[in-house]
Design a protein. Structure first.
Length: 129
């Protein structure tokens, strides 16, 4: 069924944040969420996510300054863009972009296929090497 990766969600839109967080949690992904950009670095240090799912609004406010930390930690960064706003986000240092509103089943498929070292195999819950 795939692998589980640790996901940190950062989004100012509480409705979107809650929907994604609860959807991932329900599917047993290790996940944390925040609507405060100030919490991003402390959460990265503590939770050590493999994937950062960040909204375009939050990304514009803080991703450029964090590029080095994200890359050195090996965090795969996915930017959630608003419909039609892609040119605004074109210069942000991300690995992938997906457009809101997110369809959870597409997000689950994408997350389960990421080539992330240390991801947890759903079948036996051991770290995948």
């Amino acid at each position: 069924m795939g692998q589980l990766v640790k996901v940190l969600i950062v989004d100012a839109d509480l409705h979107s944040l809650s929907r994604i967080y609860l959807g991932l949690l329900d599917r047993e992904f290790p996940v944390e969420a925040s609507n405060d950009l100030e919490e991003l670095l402390p959460r990265i240090r503590r939770f050590q996510p493999q994937v950062l799912l960040i909204s375009e609004e939050m990304g514009r406010a803080g991703l450029n300054g964090l590029q080095r930390q994200l890359k050195s930690a090996g965090i795969f960064t996915i930017l959630m863009t608003e419909p039609g706003n892609s040119p605004v986000a074109a210069d942000l240092p991300v690995d992938e972009r997906i457009e809101k509103p997110l369809h959870l089943h597409h997000l689950m498929e994408r997350l389960s296929r990421l080539p992330v070292p240390g991801a947890i195999d759903r079948r036996d819950r051991r770290a995948v090497q």
